[in-house]
Design a protein around this ligand. Structure first.
Ligand SMILES: *Cc1c(COP(=O)(O)O)cnc(C)c1O
Length: 396
């Protein structure tokens, strides 16, 4: 295979070499169960404590507020289900948004089937939650607000501090799915009034299958996995020691490199956006122009089918992602693109490109040069585009 230009870092990232290196001994010589008494294994308990502190520091939290899980989906499930159950005596209403990850949306649907009421807030055309709508949705029975920190498709970053303030004023718990934001933008749980926060290792150059849920001290939350006494009796199961070491190492690395890495990504992201918007006609940028993740670009090309575009990009060694969910067996376009008001046919022609620190300006030029040609070729085959061109010509 030739060179691969990987622009799908919102789907998953490469595990950084220093992360792999830190993990390896915990598969081999340091394989002991952290709960064992002998010193050969109990050193692993100390190691887990150290990694918990690294992660807590990254959020301005305390280490006993960090609970390891098997990833972002589990953290989201835990936050919603366990909070709903623990606070059911106070009320049965939950507020979230229409643009959440399915780990939140499908958990919301599940809770609805169990008698909870869930409000899914609309967003504006940039994908931003409207604070007035949030305030209007609050009821005396509202027990939880869950709004993602940054969106995984269009990259829009939410006004998390303002949302946290509103939740705090009303005495409502605030959870945020920060899987895309953690390690990309600075987060402080006290400053933003966050009570619970989900994150995942493999989105920040850590391993897959490990994540955490931050739970503020004092929040009533039930055990999610019953069994042994691990994770302060709230999530049983022998700890994934290599995974925890990987997550902690990836977190330390992400915090250490954040400023320089994201500055570089923003520069290249904007270069990519400018070239595409200037050189490919009938194109829309999805998501907020400035309040977006440093590495996210998302476009809709009119008269194009996203899947065909992905296949043709793949033939050039370029990995991207389409806004439509065809690959997952459904013909519906992305719920996020529909929520920002895109008509079905335009949402279908969408492309998400998410950068990493290894991407260069030459890579971007290669991608845009190929993309221009692919879009032109696909449009040349589109009857809709032909009609549109004919009408345009008449107008001139
Ligand atoms: C990837 C992702 C998840 C799921 O995380 P996993 O670790 O893959 O389970 C949840 N929320 C958002 C916003 C994501 O991008």
């Amino acid at each position: 295979m030739g060179k691969v230009i990987y622009l799908d870092n919102a789907a998953t990232t490469k595990t950084a070499p220093e992360v792999v290196e830190a993990m390896l001994p915990y598969f081999t010589e340091k394989f002991g169960n952290p709960s064992s008494v002998y010193s050969f294994a109990s050193g692993n308990k100390d190691e887990i404590t150290r990694q918990r502190e690294v992660i807590a520091d990254a959020l301005g939290a305390k280490s006993n507020e960090i609970y390891f899980t098997a990833g972002g989906s589990e953290s989201d499930n835990w936050a919603l289900k366990a909070a709903a159950e623990a606070y059911a005596g106070k009320g049965n209403h939950i507020i979230t948004t229409k643009i959440e990850h399915h780990a939140i949306l499908h958990t919301g649907e599940y809770l609805e089937s169990r008698g909870f009421e869930v409000t899914y807030l609309d967003v504006d055309e940039d994908g931003v939650v409207k604070l007035e709508d949030l305030k209007a949705a609050i009821r005396p029975t509202t027990i939880l607000i869950s709004v993602m920190f940054a969106n995984n498709e269009i990259g829009t970053i939410q006004p998390i501090k303002e949302i946290g303030e509103i939740a705090r004023e009303h005495g409502i718990l605030f959870h945020t799915d920060a899987v895309q934001a953690f390690g990309q933008v600075p987060i402080n749980v006290d400053e933003y009034h966050i009570d619970m926060l989900s994150a995942s290792g493999h989105k920040l150059n850590g391993p897959k299958g490990i994540g955490f849920l931050y739970i503020r001290k004092g929040v009533k939350i039930r055990s999610f996995v019953h069994g042994g006494a691990q994770e302060r009796k709230r999530r049983a199961g022998t700890e994934n020691v290599p995974g925890i070491v990987g997550l902690g190492t990836a977190t330390a690395r992400a915090i250490r490199t954040m400023e320089e890495r994201t500055a570089k990504e923003i520069q290249l992201r904007d270069y990519l956006i400018d070239r595409v918007m200037n050189e490919i006609p009938y194109t829309k940028l999805n998501g907020h122009r400035e309040k977006r993740l440093p590495n996210n670009a998302n476009f809709s090309f009119r008269f194009i089918e996203g899947e065909s575009m992905l296949i043709m990009l793949d033939m050039k060694g370029i990995c991207g992602s389409s806004g439509s969910a065809c690959t997952s067996g459904s013909l519906d376009p992305s719920h996020v693109l529909l929520a920002i008001g895109l008509p079905h046919e335009i949402a279908h022609g969408s492309l998400r490109l998410t950068l990493n620190e290894e991407i260069t300006k030459e890579d971007i030029d290669y991608v845009v040069d190929n993309l221009k040609k692919i879009v032109a070729d696909l449009r040349a085959m589109s009857p809709l585009y032909e009609d549109f061109e004919k009408k345009n010509r008449k107008l001139i």
